[in-house]
Design a protein around this ligand. Structure first.
Ligand code: A3P
Length: 337
Protein backbone atom coordinates (compact mmCIF):
# COMPACT_ATOMS: atom_id res chain seq x y z
CA UNK A 1 0.00 0.00 0.00
CA UNK A 2 1.32 3.40 -1.02
CA UNK A 3 2.16 5.67 1.86
CA UNK A 4 0.97 9.22 1.32
CA UNK A 5 4.34 10.78 2.00
CA UNK A 6 3.68 14.14 0.46
CA UNK A 7 0.35 14.72 2.09
CA UNK A 8 0.43 17.20 4.95
CA UNK A 9 -1.56 15.90 7.83
CA UNK A 10 -3.29 17.75 10.55
CA UNK A 11 -2.03 16.47 13.86
CA UNK A 12 -3.70 19.32 15.65
CA UNK A 13 -7.40 19.40 15.14
CA UNK A 14 -10.25 17.19 14.31
CA UNK A 15 -10.75 18.07 10.69
CA UNK A 16 -10.16 14.46 9.71
CA UNK A 17 -12.84 13.30 12.08
CA UNK A 18 -15.46 15.96 12.05
CA UNK A 19 -17.30 14.76 8.99
CA UNK A 20 -20.15 13.03 10.68
CA UNK A 21 -22.42 14.30 13.36
CA UNK A 22 -22.64 11.06 15.31
CA UNK A 23 -18.88 10.89 15.71
CA UNK A 24 -18.81 14.50 16.82
CA UNK A 25 -21.46 13.83 19.43
CA UNK A 26 -19.53 10.78 20.67
CA UNK A 27 -16.42 12.92 21.05
CA UNK A 28 -18.30 15.31 23.27
CA UNK A 29 -18.89 12.52 25.78
CA UNK A 30 -15.17 11.83 26.20
CA UNK A 31 -12.74 13.50 28.56
CA UNK A 32 -10.20 15.60 26.67
CA UNK A 33 -6.77 17.07 27.41
CA UNK A 34 -4.24 19.10 25.49
CA UNK A 35 -0.82 17.51 25.70
CA UNK A 36 2.38 19.46 26.45
CA UNK A 37 3.07 19.69 22.71
CA UNK A 38 -0.37 20.95 21.79
CA UNK A 39 -1.85 17.65 20.59
CA UNK A 40 -5.41 17.08 21.71
CA UNK A 41 -6.10 13.79 23.47
CA UNK A 42 -9.35 12.01 24.22
CA UNK A 43 -9.67 9.39 26.91
CA UNK A 44 -10.99 6.28 25.25
CA UNK A 45 -11.24 2.84 26.87
CA UNK A 46 -8.96 4.06 29.63
CA UNK A 47 -6.10 5.39 27.50
CA UNK A 48 -5.13 8.79 26.13
CA UNK A 49 -5.64 8.67 22.42
CA UNK A 50 -4.36 11.48 20.21
CA UNK A 51 -7.45 12.86 18.56
CA UNK A 52 -5.83 12.71 15.14
CA UNK A 53 -5.66 8.91 15.54
CA UNK A 54 -9.05 8.33 17.05
CA UNK A 55 -11.12 7.69 13.97
CA UNK A 56 -8.53 5.30 12.59
CA UNK A 57 -8.46 3.34 15.84
CA UNK A 58 -12.23 2.99 15.77
CA UNK A 59 -12.11 1.87 12.13
CA UNK A 60 -9.44 -0.71 12.87
CA UNK A 61 -11.41 -2.00 15.85
CA UNK A 62 -14.43 -2.39 13.64
CA UNK A 63 -12.93 -3.75 10.45
CA UNK A 64 -9.47 -5.24 10.93
CA UNK A 65 -9.48 -8.99 10.41
CA UNK A 66 -6.31 -10.58 11.69
CA UNK A 67 -5.21 -13.81 10.06
CA UNK A 68 -3.35 -16.54 11.92
CA UNK A 69 -0.32 -15.84 9.75
CA UNK A 70 -0.11 -12.14 10.61
CA UNK A 71 2.65 -10.68 12.73
CA UNK A 72 1.72 -7.68 14.85
CA UNK A 73 4.40 -5.49 16.42
CA UNK A 74 3.06 -3.49 19.32
CA UNK A 75 4.66 -0.78 21.42
CA UNK A 76 4.37 2.62 22.96
CA UNK A 77 5.88 5.20 20.60
CA UNK A 78 9.66 5.61 21.05
CA UNK A 79 10.24 2.22 22.62
CA UNK A 80 12.38 0.80 19.82
CA UNK A 81 9.63 -0.12 17.36
CA UNK A 82 11.74 0.75 14.32
CA UNK A 83 14.57 -1.48 15.46
CA UNK A 84 12.16 -4.33 16.14
CA UNK A 85 10.62 -3.83 12.69
CA UNK A 86 13.98 -4.11 10.97
CA UNK A 87 14.98 -7.20 12.94
CA UNK A 88 11.67 -9.02 12.56
CA UNK A 89 11.47 -8.24 8.86
CA UNK A 90 15.00 -9.49 8.30
CA UNK A 91 14.42 -12.66 10.33
CA UNK A 92 11.21 -13.59 8.57
CA UNK A 93 12.44 -12.77 5.07
CA UNK A 94 15.98 -14.09 5.38
CA UNK A 95 15.43 -16.71 2.71
CA UNK A 96 13.93 -14.24 0.26
CA UNK A 97 16.86 -11.83 0.64
CA UNK A 98 19.85 -14.03 1.49
CA UNK A 99 22.04 -11.33 0.00
CA UNK A 100 21.58 -8.47 2.43
CA UNK A 101 22.36 -5.83 -0.13
CA UNK A 102 19.05 -6.67 -1.76
CA UNK A 103 17.10 -6.17 1.45
CA UNK A 104 14.19 -3.70 1.25
CA UNK A 105 15.83 -2.00 4.22
CA UNK A 106 17.96 -0.18 1.65
CA UNK A 107 15.04 1.14 -0.33
CA UNK A 108 12.21 1.53 2.17
CA UNK A 109 12.07 3.85 5.19
CA UNK A 110 12.42 1.29 7.99
CA UNK A 111 9.17 2.07 9.88
CA UNK A 112 7.19 1.33 6.75
CA UNK A 113 8.24 -2.35 6.72
CA UNK A 114 5.47 -2.95 9.24
CA UNK A 115 2.80 -0.38 8.35
CA UNK A 116 0.97 1.00 11.34
CA UNK A 117 -2.77 0.41 11.64
CA UNK A 118 -3.68 3.81 13.00
CA UNK A 119 -1.01 5.99 11.37
CA UNK A 120 -0.92 4.38 7.92
CA UNK A 121 -3.53 1.85 6.97
CA UNK A 122 -6.75 3.29 8.34
CA UNK A 123 -5.81 6.90 7.68
CA UNK A 124 -8.73 8.33 5.75
CA UNK A 125 -9.85 4.83 4.85
CA UNK A 126 -12.65 3.30 6.84
CA UNK A 127 -12.08 -0.21 5.55
CA UNK A 128 -8.97 -0.53 3.35
CA UNK A 129 -8.07 -3.67 1.42
CA UNK A 130 -5.19 -5.21 3.38
CA UNK A 131 -5.12 -8.56 1.56
CA UNK A 132 -1.48 -8.32 0.56
CA UNK A 133 -0.08 -7.21 3.89
CA UNK A 134 1.31 -9.69 6.42
CA UNK A 135 3.12 -7.42 8.84
CA UNK A 136 1.40 -4.80 10.94
CA UNK A 137 2.31 -2.52 13.78
CA UNK A 138 0.25 -0.61 16.29
CA UNK A 139 0.58 1.57 19.38
CA UNK A 140 -2.88 0.71 20.69
CA UNK A 141 -3.07 -0.85 24.19
CA UNK A 142 -3.75 -4.58 24.40
CA UNK A 143 -7.33 -4.29 25.57
CA UNK A 144 -8.25 -1.92 22.76
CA UNK A 145 -6.76 -3.96 19.93
CA UNK A 146 -9.16 -5.11 17.23
CA UNK A 147 -10.79 -8.28 18.66
CA UNK A 148 -9.57 -10.47 15.82
CA UNK A 149 -5.96 -9.82 16.84
CA UNK A 150 -6.68 -11.23 20.26
CA UNK A 151 -8.90 -14.07 19.08
CA UNK A 152 -6.89 -15.29 16.10
CA UNK A 153 -3.65 -17.24 16.24
CA UNK A 154 -1.62 -14.30 14.97
CA UNK A 155 1.54 -13.50 16.91
CA UNK A 156 2.17 -10.28 18.79
CA UNK A 157 5.64 -9.01 19.61
CA UNK A 158 5.68 -6.19 22.13
CA UNK A 159 8.67 -3.99 22.80
CA UNK A 160 8.88 -1.90 25.94
CA UNK A 161 11.48 0.60 27.11
CA UNK A 162 12.29 2.21 30.39
CA UNK A 163 9.89 5.15 30.74
CA UNK A 164 12.51 7.84 31.33
CA UNK A 165 14.30 7.16 28.04
CA UNK A 166 11.00 6.74 26.25
CA UNK A 167 9.78 10.09 27.54
CA UNK A 168 12.98 11.87 26.48
CA UNK A 169 12.96 10.18 23.10
CA UNK A 170 9.36 11.23 22.47
CA UNK A 171 10.07 14.76 23.65
CA UNK A 172 12.83 15.13 21.05
CA UNK A 173 10.70 13.54 18.36
CA UNK A 174 7.78 15.84 19.00
CA UNK A 175 9.85 19.02 19.34
CA UNK A 176 11.76 18.22 16.17
CA UNK A 177 8.67 17.56 14.10
CA UNK A 178 6.35 20.11 15.66
CA UNK A 179 3.08 18.24 15.24
CA UNK A 180 1.07 21.32 16.12
CA UNK A 181 2.65 24.28 14.36
CA UNK A 182 1.29 27.09 16.51
CA UNK A 183 1.64 25.37 19.88
CA UNK A 184 4.14 26.59 22.45
CA UNK A 185 5.44 23.40 24.07
CA UNK A 186 5.43 23.21 27.86
CA UNK A 187 8.75 23.24 29.68
CA UNK A 188 10.34 19.88 30.37
CA UNK A 189 9.26 19.68 34.02
CA UNK A 190 5.61 20.32 33.16
CA UNK A 191 5.72 17.80 30.33
CA UNK A 192 7.28 15.24 32.68
CA UNK A 193 4.61 15.91 35.25
CA UNK A 194 1.95 15.10 32.63
CA UNK A 195 3.82 11.93 31.72
CA UNK A 196 3.86 10.87 35.38
CA UNK A 197 0.11 11.50 35.52
CA UNK A 198 -0.29 9.12 32.60
CA UNK A 199 -1.19 11.87 30.13
CA UNK A 200 0.87 11.10 27.04
CA UNK A 201 0.26 9.42 23.73
CA UNK A 202 -1.39 6.01 24.39
CA UNK A 203 -0.66 6.46 28.12
CA UNK A 204 -0.63 5.71 30.94
CA UNK A 205 2.69 3.97 30.39
CA UNK A 206 2.13 1.35 33.12
CA UNK A 207 -1.31 0.33 31.83
CA UNK A 208 0.04 -0.10 28.31
CA UNK A 209 3.01 -2.16 29.41
CA UNK A 210 1.08 -4.24 31.93
CA UNK A 211 -1.63 -5.01 29.38
CA UNK A 212 0.89 -6.75 27.12
CA UNK A 213 2.91 -8.16 30.01
CA UNK A 214 -0.13 -9.90 31.47
CA UNK A 215 -1.19 -11.12 28.03
CA UNK A 216 2.31 -12.56 27.64
CA UNK A 217 2.08 -14.32 31.00
CA UNK A 218 -1.30 -15.74 30.07
CA UNK A 219 -0.25 -16.90 26.64
CA UNK A 220 3.49 -16.73 25.97
CA UNK A 221 3.02 -18.49 22.62
CA UNK A 222 0.89 -15.60 21.42
CA UNK A 223 2.63 -12.59 22.95
CA UNK A 224 6.39 -12.13 23.12
CA UNK A 225 7.45 -9.41 25.53
CA UNK A 226 10.76 -7.65 24.87
CA UNK A 227 12.67 -4.80 26.44
CA UNK A 228 14.76 -2.30 24.48
CA UNK A 229 17.46 -2.50 27.14
CA UNK A 230 17.70 -6.29 26.79
CA UNK A 231 18.13 -5.97 23.05
CA UNK A 232 20.92 -3.47 23.60
CA UNK A 233 22.59 -5.86 26.01
CA UNK A 234 22.38 -8.94 23.81
CA UNK A 235 20.75 -8.47 20.44
CA UNK A 236 21.92 -11.85 19.12
CA UNK A 237 20.13 -13.71 21.89
CA UNK A 238 16.96 -11.72 21.24
CA UNK A 239 17.08 -12.21 17.47
CA UNK A 240 17.13 -15.97 18.08
CA UNK A 241 14.30 -15.61 20.57
CA UNK A 242 12.17 -13.73 18.03
CA UNK A 243 12.89 -16.33 15.35
CA UNK A 244 11.90 -19.16 17.68
CA UNK A 245 8.76 -17.35 18.75
CA UNK A 246 7.75 -16.90 15.12
CA UNK A 247 8.33 -20.56 14.36
CA UNK A 248 11.38 -19.98 12.13
CA UNK A 249 14.38 -20.75 14.36
CA UNK A 250 17.88 -20.48 12.96
CA UNK A 251 19.35 -23.82 11.93
CA UNK A 252 22.79 -24.84 13.22
CA UNK A 253 24.10 -24.26 9.67
CA UNK A 254 22.70 -20.74 9.62
CA UNK A 255 24.25 -20.02 12.98
CA UNK A 256 27.56 -21.35 11.79
CA UNK A 257 27.39 -19.18 8.68
CA UNK A 258 26.86 -16.11 10.86
CA UNK A 259 23.35 -15.32 9.57
CA UNK A 260 22.24 -14.02 12.98
CA UNK A 261 25.19 -11.64 13.22
CA UNK A 262 24.58 -10.42 9.68
CA UNK A 263 21.02 -9.53 10.61
CA UNK A 264 22.05 -7.71 13.77
CA UNK A 265 24.65 -5.75 11.80
CA UNK A 266 22.21 -4.86 9.06
CA UNK A 267 19.69 -3.61 11.64
CA UNK A 268 22.16 -1.83 13.88
CA UNK A 269 21.48 1.78 14.75
CA UNK A 270 24.60 2.98 12.93
CA UNK A 271 23.69 1.15 9.75
CA UNK A 272 20.02 2.16 9.62
CA UNK A 273 20.76 5.76 10.52
CA UNK A 274 23.20 6.20 7.66
CA UNK A 275 21.01 4.70 4.93
CA UNK A 276 19.94 7.32 2.39
CA UNK A 277 16.36 6.12 2.62
CA UNK A 278 16.28 6.96 6.33
CA UNK A 279 18.19 10.23 6.11
CA UNK A 280 16.24 12.55 3.87
CA UNK A 281 12.65 13.51 3.38
CA UNK A 282 9.50 13.29 5.40
CA UNK A 283 6.62 10.98 6.14
CA UNK A 284 3.09 12.31 6.53
CA UNK A 285 4.38 15.57 5.05
CA UNK A 286 5.81 16.80 8.35
CA UNK A 287 7.71 14.03 10.17
CA UNK A 288 11.41 13.88 9.30
CA UNK A 289 12.47 10.37 8.34
CA UNK A 290 15.74 10.93 10.17
CA UNK A 291 13.93 11.65 13.43
CA UNK A 292 13.30 7.92 13.93
CA UNK A 293 17.04 7.53 14.50
CA UNK A 294 18.34 9.88 17.17
CA UNK A 295 20.86 8.45 19.65
CA UNK A 296 19.85 4.86 20.25
CA UNK A 297 21.24 4.73 23.79
CA UNK A 298 20.16 3.42 27.15
CA UNK A 299 20.09 5.95 29.96
CA UNK A 300 20.12 9.16 27.89
CA UNK A 301 17.48 10.55 30.26
CA UNK A 302 20.29 11.38 32.67
CA UNK A 303 21.28 14.29 30.42
CA UNK A 304 17.87 15.92 30.80
CA UNK A 305 16.02 14.83 33.94
CA UNK A 306 16.89 15.59 37.56
CA UNK A 307 17.46 12.84 40.15
CA UNK A 308 14.21 13.94 41.81
CA UNK A 309 12.30 13.34 38.56
CA UNK A 310 13.86 9.91 38.19
CA UNK A 311 13.00 9.11 41.78
CA UNK A 312 9.39 10.10 41.21
CA UNK A 313 9.20 7.72 38.26
CA UNK A 314 10.95 4.93 40.14
CA UNK A 315 8.39 5.18 42.93
CA UNK A 316 5.55 5.16 40.44
CA UNK A 317 6.95 2.13 38.67
CA UNK A 318 7.47 0.35 41.94
CA UNK A 319 3.86 0.94 42.95
CA UNK A 320 2.26 0.25 39.60
CA UNK A 321 4.29 -2.87 38.76
CA UNK A 322 4.21 -4.28 42.28
CA UNK A 323 3.54 -8.03 42.20
CA UNK A 324 3.58 -8.09 38.38
CA UNK A 325 7.03 -9.65 38.15
CA UNK A 326 8.08 -6.91 35.75
CA UNK A 327 11.13 -4.78 36.51
CA UNK A 328 12.37 -1.64 34.76
CA UNK A 329 15.82 -0.56 35.69
CA UNK A 330 15.67 3.18 35.09
CA UNK A 331 18.98 3.74 36.83
CA UNK A 332 20.94 1.88 34.18
CA UNK A 333 24.11 3.39 32.83
CA UNK A 334 24.35 4.83 29.34
CA UNK A 335 25.17 2.03 26.90
CA UNK A 336 26.60 3.21 23.63
CA UNK A 337 26.25 1.17 20.46
P1 A3P B 1 16.31 7.74 20.99
O1 A3P B 1 15.42 8.89 20.69
O2 A3P B 1 16.53 7.55 22.46
O3 A3P B 1 17.58 7.76 20.23
P2 A3P B 1 10.56 4.04 17.89
O4 A3P B 1 11.17 3.26 16.79
O5 A3P B 1 9.63 3.23 18.75
O6 A3P B 1 9.98 5.30 17.40
O7 A3P B 1 11.75 4.41 18.89
C1 A3P B 1 12.73 5.33 18.51
C2 A3P B 1 13.94 5.14 19.39
O8 A3P B 1 14.65 3.96 19.00
C3 A3P B 1 14.89 6.30 19.23
O9 A3P B 1 15.55 6.42 20.50
C4 A3P B 1 15.81 5.77 18.15
O10 A3P B 1 17.05 6.42 18.06
C5 A3P B 1 15.96 4.33 18.58
N1 A3P B 1 16.38 3.43 17.48
C6 A3P B 1 15.98 3.47 16.18
N2 A3P B 1 16.59 2.49 15.50
C7 A3P B 1 17.39 1.84 16.35
C8 A3P B 1 18.30 0.73 16.22
N3 A3P B 1 18.49 0.13 15.08
N4 A3P B 1 18.96 0.34 17.33
C9 A3P B 1 18.78 0.94 18.51
N5 A3P B 1 17.96 2.00 18.70
C10 A3P B 1 17.26 2.43 17.63
Amino acid sequence: MERKEEQNRSFAEIDNCSKDHEFHEFLKTLEQQISWDGVRFVKYQGFWCALYLFRQILSAQKHFKAKDSHIILASLPKSGTTWLKSLTFSIVNRNIYPNHEESPLFTCHTPHLFPNLEFDLYWEQENPNLQNIQNFSTHVPFHSLPKSIIESECRIIYISRNPLDMFISYRHFSLENKFVKDATPFELDEAFDMFCRGIHIMGPFWDHVLGFWNAHLENPRKVLFLKYEDLKEDVTFNVKKIAEFLGCPFSPEEEEQGVVEEITKLCSFENLKKLEVNKNGHVYGIVKKSSYFRKGEVGDWINYLTPAMAERMDKLIETKFKDSGLVFNTQSKVVKN
